[in-house]
Design a protein. Structure first.
Length: 327
């Protein structure tokens, strides 16, 4: 049995606090994408992910009233579902481009539970054909790297339940890899580079965790979405813990249990759960495969994105059960 866990990065002497309770949020999201192209730029394509309902063991997300506007209208707008079940929208302007504007608005209701999580799934894990595609190696998140696999085997030694292996990997990751926020560089996104440097951004830490679990034969995927800023305060004995997310894009990990389904891990330090201040858009093999992306045939463009969150409801009923100091 595992309770919802938070790794307390703000306090080096404190390791983990165990929490229970629930969070429930309602928010209206306004997403804006602006494209400014230099003269002579032509044939621009943008791929974005659309918000959808999602259900996992400890979190539910419901989406409604999705509205999209484009200026000017694209030559083609193609909605499709990719191989991992993500709802995507590909927009193409097959002509000269100068300024483009894309807006999307939607309502989201998100409920997160924190509490006892029980799983009897054995380790090694039996994987059906549907989940095997998640074990595919990628340059950013390899499942066959010798150094990553060595660490995975050491962590999982003498453990016979999947949840015990995953929990041990979480604790190792939080105690070994430093989460940093720096200008985006590929070296902070690659699992192997993060392992060597012992630090990485959200993309990199998520890629490393998925890489470790792939090597152990445990289905896992990198998730992508948005977070909005709303502080959560937790009091325990004489301590006050503060947890917050910026208004920004966010990356985290979802782990699959045969008897539970999908359960989230947030590299910011939340184990077996995810804040209701985090909105899910897509999930896949690594951070690159789920990031919004664009291509241009000729010319040069600058892409700017802005997200505004109108919080309609934010109910937090979470208490700290205990604090565990790392040894």
């Amino acid at each position: 049995m595992c309770l919802g866990l938070l790794a307390v990065a703000q306090r080096p002497d404190a390791g983990i606090i165990r929490i229970e309770g629930e969070m429930q949020s309602a928010v209206t999201v306004y997403m804006t994408i602006g494209v400014n192209a230099k003269k002579g730029s032509r044939n621009f394509t943008y791929l974005m992910y659309l918000p959808t309902d999602s259900v996992e063991q400890m979190k539910n997300q419901t989406i409604s009233n999705v509205r999209k506007t484009f200026a000017p209208n694209p030559t083609q707008a193609r909605e499709f579902v990719d191989q991992f079940g993500n709802s995507a929208l590909e927009l193409s302007w097959n002509r000269d481009v100068s300024k483009l504007h894309v807006e999307m608005q939607f309502n989201a209701q998100i409920k997160t539970l924190f509490g006892a999580l029980n799983s009897d799934a054995p380790f090694p894990v039996f994987i059906d054909e549907e989940r095997k595609k998640l074990l595919v190696s990628t340059p950013l998140s390899p499942g066959n790297d010798i150094f990553v696999n060595y660490i995975g085997r050491a962590i999982s030694q003498n453990l016979y339940r999947e949840i015990d292996v995953v929990s041990s990997v979480f604790v190792w990751l939080d105690g070994t890899i430093r989460l940093v926020n720096r200008p985006e560089t590929k070296e902070h996104e690659s699992a192997v580079s993060v392992l060597k440097k012992r630090e990485g951004d959200e993309k990199g830490v998520s890629n490393l965790l998925v890489s470790l679990l792939k090597g152990l034969g445990i289905p896992a995927r990198v998730a992508y979405g948005l977070s909005y800023q709303k502080e959560m305060f937790l009091d325990f004995e004489t301590e006050r813990y503060t947890f917050d997310n910026p208004n920004s894009e966010k990356y985290w990990v979802e782990v699959y249990y045969p008897d539970l389904g999908w359960v989230s891990y947030d590299p910011a330090g939340m184990h077996f759960g995810s804040s209701s201040h985090v909105l899910r858009l897509a999930a896949g093999l690594d951070s690159e495969s789920v990031s919004e992306r664009w291509k241009l045939e000729t010319g040069e463009v600058a892409v700017q994105k802005e997200n505004i969150f109108d919080i309609k409801q934010d109910d937090v009923s979470v208490t700290v059960r205990e604090s565990i100091t790392r040894r």
